[in-house]
Ligand binder design. Structure first.
Ligand code: AHG
Ligand code: MN
Ligand code: MN
Length: 323
């Protein structure tokens, strides 16, 4: 079995980037261990605070954020970090070559029910200046040099891209190393499975209403086939399923919060997942544009997300052009 570091070497990954990925994944291994002992470590439940986005933080949101922040600051490789749980970017090392953005714990609402959660990360080259500010992070997703997630499920899985396809590695708990088990993941172009939080249906815009209504009509409807539905409530779990067997995932704009352009965060969720999905042959769009081409205007910016099997994403986008 090929270990992560060996595989990165085979792909001619820059040594500094390989080292950084080693540090990130080691930290995720520590988070996985904490999760493994969840209730025993008194790490479940609420932290009693809100993050900058007005969301109630779970204890594990705060703990995993602090673990990643500290681990990255020590590497000397990182100029600064931005996190879903931090109001502003945090400077690390003035000579650091990279900027790292992360959602330390995706799927927080699943923690207390022992269901899927994960860590999502996105890496850019750092600008050539000694101090950084939020504006230095506002770069489109197509400039990412690497992105990935670690899924804390029945197995601990790292899914990673450095722009040379999307690879899956599994944490071998006996040696504490990630080993390659699925190289060059390919998302099937077509699918009969969709993921959306249907409880928001009455709030969706007309094109999404029309698209989902047609999926639900099944074999005798305009799509001519039956569709199944899945919703993990952790993007990391839904995207992992789509990378494994295809599907379409969407968290669309809805009028429940008309001021918010969507629920999911561009820099910590949509961009890294968009990079992974595209590198596996899928597509990742808002209702209007390719996610990786969006010029961010705020590190905590939210966007509508439609991603997954290429042909199905195209069909969904077509509804948004037609209506
Ligand atoms: P986070 O736990 O980092 O705040 O992200 C949760 C996100 C995403 O992972 C998931 O797809 C979505 O929120 C679920 O939202 P609903 O609870 O509205 O279904
Ligand atoms: Mn998240
Ligand atoms: Mn989160």
């Amino acid at each position: 079995m090929t270990q992560l570091s060996e595989h990165l070497l085979k792909q001619n990954t820059a040594p500094e980037l390989s080292r950084l990925l080693g540090h990130i994944t080691d930290c995720c291994t520590q988070i996985a261990k904490l999760l493994h002992h969840g209730p025993m470590n008194d790490i479940l439940g609420m932290a009693g605070a809100e993050n900058v986005q007005g969301e109630d933080q779970k204890k594990l949101d705060v703990i995993s954020n602090d673990m990643l922040k500290e681990a990255l600051a020590k590497t000397g490789l990182v100029k600064g970090i931005a996190s879903e749980e931090e109001e502003h970017c945090v400077s690390c090392h003035e000579d650091g070559e990279f900027l790292v953005l992360f959602d330390p714990l995706d799927g927080s609402s699943n923690i207390d029910i022992n269901s899927l959660v994960g860590t999502i990360f996105s890496i850019y080259s750092a600008p050539e200046k000694s101090s950084i500010e939020d504006a230095d992070f506002l770069r489109p997703g197509h400039e990412q040099v690497a992105a990935g997630y670690v899924l804390y499920g029945p197995s601990v899985i790292l899914t990673l891209t450095t722009g040379q396809g999307t690879q899956m590695y599994m944490l071998d708990q006996t040696i504490g190393e990630y080993v390659l088990y699925q190289a060059n993941v390919e998302i099937p172009r077509e699918t009969q499975e969709f993921a959306i939080n249907a409880s928001n249906q009455r709030h969706w815009a007309a094109p999404m209403q029309a698209y989902i209504a047609d999926l639900l009509k099944g074999k005798t409807g305009p799509r001519g086939k039956n569709f199944n539905m899945r919703w993990v409530a952790a993007m990391v779990g839904d995207v992992h399923r789509i990378l494994c067997r295809g599907g379409i995932f969407t968290y669309p704009w809805d009028k429940k919060n008309p001021d918010k352009p969507g629920k999911l965060r561009l820099m910590y969720e949509a961009n890294p997942m968009g990079f992974l999905v595209e590198q596996a042959g899928g597509k990742a769009f808002t209702d209007k544009a390719r996610i990786l081409d969006i010029q961010p205007d705020n590190i905590h910016q939210r966007v509508p997300v439609i991603l997954g099997s290429a042909d199905e994403v195209k069909t969904c986008i077509q509804y948004h052009k037609d209506i």
